[in-house]
Design a binder for this molecule. Sequence first.
Ligand SMILES: Nc1ncnc2c1ncn2[C@@H]1O[C@H](COP(=O)(O)OP(=O)(O)O[C@H]2O[C@H](CO)[C@@H](O)[C@H](O)[C@H]2O)[C@@H](O)[C@H]1O
Length: 764
Amino acid sequence: SMGSAPFLVEANADYTLMMRMFHGRSLKLSSPKFGSVSGSSFGHSGARGRGRGRVNHLCSRGLLCLVENNKRIRALGNDSGMSEEPEKTLQGTIEKSKQVLALQKELLQQIAERKKLINSINSEIGLEAEGNGISDEHSNESLLSTVENQNGGTVSSNYVRSNEKEIPDVSVLGIDRGFDKAEEDDKSLAEKASATQYLDELLNSNRYETIAPDTIAPDTVPIEIPSGTGPINHVIEILEGMSESSLSEVANKTDNVESEGEKPPPLAGDNVMNVILAAVECAPWSKAGGLGDVAGSLPKALARRGHRVMVVAPRYSNYAEAQEIGVRKQYKVDGQDMEVTYYHAFIDGVDFVFLDSPNFRNLQNNVYGGNRMDILKRMVLFCKAAAEVPWHVPCGGVCYGDGNLAFIANDWHTALLPVYLKAYYRDNGLMKFTRSVFVIHNIAHQGRGPLDEFRYTDLPEHYIDLFKFYDPVGGEHMNIFAAGIKAADRIVTVSHGYAWEIKTSEGGWGLHGIMNENDWKLRGIVNGIDTKDWNPKFDVHLTSNGYTNYSIETLQSGKRQCKAALQRELGLPVREDVPLLGFIGRLDHQKGIDLIAEAIPWLMGQDVQLAMLGTGRPDLEDMVKELMAQHGDKIKGWVGFSVKMAHRITAGADILLMPSRFEPCGLNQLYAMNYGTIPVVHAVGGLRDTVTPFNPFEESGLGWTFDSAETNKLINSLGNCLMTFRQFKHSWEGLQRRGMMQDLSWDKAAEQYEEVLVAAKYQW
Ligand SMILES: Nc1ncnc2c1ncn2[C@@H]1O[C@H](COP(=O)(O)OP(=O)(O)O[C@H]2O[C@H](CO)[C@@H](O)[C@H](O)[C@H]2O)[C@@H](O)[C@H]1O
């Protein structure tokens, strides 16, 4: 596979030529329209320094950025200054004009969304004061409580604590939305609090920092927030102040939602549901890979839309945040009674419920540890208990109940949940309005076993048909994943590319036939990221050891500092000019780490550094250790699991390598882009969906991709990437900025999940 070198040289020579031609060509282009823009607003000289001072000031006010940016966008058209160095700035100008246009569009949308949000904040104030944190006091006694739930309705629950299998009576009584006088007072207090919180969120949201400092027009003046009325009114005033220009259209469209005193519906409107996501990993408490991240963050985004959302996960060790609620239940596993106790925490609008049992304990760092039977028994217990959580666990005093409820199960470990919901309950006239969505994060792990292990699932005999599966690799066997797919009401997978791939014989790992049969209920939804945890501006792992927080405004200096800190921490020579490559991932065939190993002889001939972080298959761990031993001056890393190092490599590296053979979505490339780190990826699954290839002619795209998992293809792409890093700084910075300007949050995905949940709800 190393016979690719001549090809590479050739390809790189072509690429250099192409880049040169392109940049040369740009010299001749001239456009008075764009020339004027680059002259001042986007200039790299005086205006920049002045702009930077101001942008800090402005961005400390979040919203004002909106106003300023809007002014600036309008100012662009009037500026007639001539650029001193048109050849240098022209490309940047074209590029930035595009960005500004895109940004303006996005701002308009955001304003509309924010207006809706203000209304929904008003609508949920009562709940914050009442609904939360009362589970602890009430969990030990019989309680009759009425609280307003997030669905805007009033729920009454007569819940009796019991060790027996009593089913609590939970019913929705009404949809009273009025406030009484006492609530009104609380409301104004809570309104102030949540308005402040809202402003904070605006300030903290990196969406408002997508304008680089040098795009601040020199003539803009900070606008003061008038004092006297409540913060929410200020927000509305400011937004409305902007409606004089093209913003008015959007503003008008959203005006009809608001009228003082009336409680507007949550973002999800009539679609609000009770949602329980069940997963065997949940960050930050337990995480082996991307599933943990999704379970920790998707639910928060669903809650922001107004759904009542719970996460159920095993309790692998003591979690400081979660309190015992005093409920105990017994479930049979392999004929033995297993006791489950429940712990609860309410965080960021989500109920986190942890199931405690001796089976789960001390697996904190080894979630998938043990032999196959151990794992199977754990999963059986977890799914049996998770199915009854809506009856037994009074979150904030009120059980979720089984009406208007959907479970979200994740991967084979929870694939039994949709099956139990049918076999134990629906077949017996129970949980008739409960639905299940099964999310595929990785179809390669299916919970396969000999068919006689079916008895451990403790299901009626005829259910064996769902599990019985034959393929040439496994012969006739039990396949838990297959059963989950068939039993679930809807199926989601984590990208469009992967939704297609799992229907092919190459990507379906034997299940492509079943995937095709169930295509009607399958949908691809690309993952989002937690924009608080994985944000260079707030990243808690960048506050010590010489690292620094940074944003798009401080990208170059911030990244320089993080890179130096990473080099120092890993023991690499501290050099700014050397491209620093990163790899982070489970050491598994999936992640293509062997392709990197095969590329090492070529790579070590380059002036590069490589930081590696991974754990997994022992043989691959050994391989990584050997690489580090052989090339200690250039390759450093960590065989093990370290969230801190993952964040630091993401921030300090220039380039992230992801040569995954298959990648359902991939989160590391998303994190990388949010940190101005350029991904070089195999164009497969979610990687293809999320990393559009760099196009030097249009200065577009987000990274480098190669179209098959072969070492020479990786080398070729990486070679082009390295050359751009070294010789075309301007293009490089464009790539970084475009990556950071994306909205990678969960909000869009949550809306799509909602559509799936609603589809499941109305399906019989
Ligand atoms: N040694 C280590 N130390 C610290 N952190 C480490 C680490 N190794 C990995 N991680 C972290 O684990 C996560 C990995 O997530 P990915 O989505 O990239 O892959 P994974 O294959 O685990 O997830 C599966 O599920 C997710 C979620 O749907 C899909 O995106 C993906 O394609 C699919 O394979 C990242 O947060 C990463 O930082």
